[in-house]
Design a protein around this ligand. Structure first.
Ligand code: ZN
Ligand code: ZN
Length: 471
């Protein structure tokens, strides 16, 4: 690739570039092609395909926890859907995992005031004894407070972390809060506690607890752990505030249940000039079991499958292969991401640019990248087509979705189309994650943006990260 070290000001002022740079920039795409993409972008804003795909997955499969009967149904659904949409090649790739199943879930405050609570097990939690765990509650505001607590305070007790997640458009409250979910079972066990309860990692005030994965190592002790809903956490705090011992009893039947092999489902639109170079987009196919997995992550499947299909139908075969991956078991172990990287690590250099749609169905407001700066002229071309959708450039430090972590670590260039997540954590990982939370117009705006980035990155021979000149 010709070295084009253009400054970032190119994003807003191409006029400052030298004549040489300008002609090179114009060399990327023909005007006809850019017009085609702009026309398809505008068409996508009213195209129903992404919503139809999302509706199909949530209606015909619904909940699809990794290793469950819903998982197998979802894999069969993905294979059939790619074929019916006319993808050129559909492949299933094995993703081995440890199956975890949910069981009975009950919780009640025994004293000082008897009340029933709503609870759900955290992913990978071990079961309580059949009769449940009963003990005094020891309250911490945050996971860091628990980490620094004297073990004598925790020994023989049930820990409770009451920290409430903050609501932000970019979802940044999640990262700050989720440590309580990830590590409370291990930290509690290490200090001699008998059980762990957290306030749900969510921004709603519904009586719907939020599940989600926690860390698990077979050789590290952990206690059975669950999340109670936000209103139930408030109730428990109110009882604790009275300064008298609070006794809680809870029962969780969740447990590991043997080995299972799920599958990544891969649909390719095969490149006409460089069939062995991939633009990797997609979603995760699994979901938690409480809702129908609409915003997490059927919508991401609808968005990316529709974007690829629309490009093939309206613009034609791309130069590079557009690879849509429906990733297996993102939620409870990244099994599909790990298996894919292992199977394809010798051909990582052929994975040119990647993104995952996994933050619901809200309007996209920003586009970020993580790539070699020399590809900035390509991003400039993309931004010309994204700006009319209300999308700003968010810089070159993007993340891209959990399923691309192994490939990103191996050096693949990635992008993120950032969605408005203001309401995402009201429903995330709850029984309320259902289709009615999706606005078809907002979903279609997502498709328009994915069409732009996917079409432009698949129809150039320029690179975003790896220098392929030694190929
Ligand atoms: Zn997700
Ligand atoms: Zn999730």
């Amino acid at each position: 690739m010709k070295k084009l070290l253009l400054p970032l000001v190119l994003m807003t002022a191409a006029s400052g570039a030298s004549d040489d740079s300008k002609s090179a920039t114009n060399d990327f795409y023909t005007t006809d092609f850019l017009d085609q993409v702009a026309t398809l972008r505008d068409h996508a804003l009213t195209d129903p395909l992404a919503y139809d795909i999302t509706e199909s997955l949530t209606t015909e499969v619904g909940a699809r926890l990794a290793g469950s009967p819903g998982d197998a149904k979802a894999v069969a659904w993905g294979e059939a859907k790619f074929k019916s949409l006319g993808f050129d090649r559909v492949t299933l790739e094995a993703a081995p995992l440890k199956r975890w199943v949910r069981g009975v879930e009950t919780a009640e405050i025994i004293s000082p005031f008897k009340q029933t609570l709503t609870i759900t097990a955290l992913g990978k939690s071990s079961p309580t004894p059949n009769e449940g765990i009963t003990g005094e509650v020891v309250h911490f505001n945050t996971i860091d407070e628990l980490k620094s607590a004297d073990p004598a305070l925790v020994k023989g007790k049930i820990t409770f972390i009451s920290n409430r997640m903050e609501r932000h458009k970019d979802g940044s409250g999640y990262g700050k809060a989720v440590g309580a979910r990830s590590t409370t079972a291990q930290v509690t066990a290490a200090k001699g506690g008998i059980g762990a309860i957290i306030r749900s990692i969510g921004t709603d005030n519904n009586r719907t607890p939020h599940t989600g994965a926690m860390k698990y190592e077979a050789d590290v002790a952990a206690v059975p752990a669950g999340a109670i809903s936000n209103p139930d956490a408030d109730l428990l705090v109110n009882m604790l505030n009275r300064g008298k011992p609070v006794t809680l009893k809870y029962t969780l039947g969740s447990r590991f249940d043997g080995d299972y092999v799920s599958h990544n489902v891969i649909g390719d639109i095969i490149g006409s000039e460089k069939p062995d170079e991939y633009i990797v987009i997609g979603c995760h196919l699994d979901s938690w079991d409480l809702g129908t997995g609409a915003i997490d992550d059927a919508s991401g499947c609808g968005i990316t499958m529709a974007a690829a299909k629309l490009i093939k139908d309206h613009i034609g075969q791309p130069k590079r292969t557009i690879r849509v991956v429906l990733w297996a078991n993102e939620e409870n172990g990244l099994s599909g991401a790990k298996a894919y990287h292992e199977a394809h690590k010798e051909e990582m250099k052929q994975h040119i640019f990647g993104g995952e749609s996994d933050f619901g169905a809200g309007t996209i407001y920003a586009f970020g990248t993580r790539m070699d700066e020399k590809a900035m002229p390509l991003v400039h071309e993309m931004m010309q087509l994204l700006q009319p959708l209300g999308i700003e450039y968010a810089g070159n430090e993007a993340s891209s979705g959990a399923d691309l972590i192994p490939m990103r670590a191996a050096g693949m260039a990635v992008f993120g189309l950032k969605q408005d997540g203001t309401k995402y954590f009201d429903y995330h990982h709850t029984a309320n994650d259902t289709l009615d939370k999706i606005d078809p117009k907002e979903l279609a705006q997502n498709v328009a943006a994915w069409v732009v980035v996917t079409a432009l990155s698949a129809n150039t021979s320029e690179n975003f990260g790896f220098d392929l000149s030694d190929k």
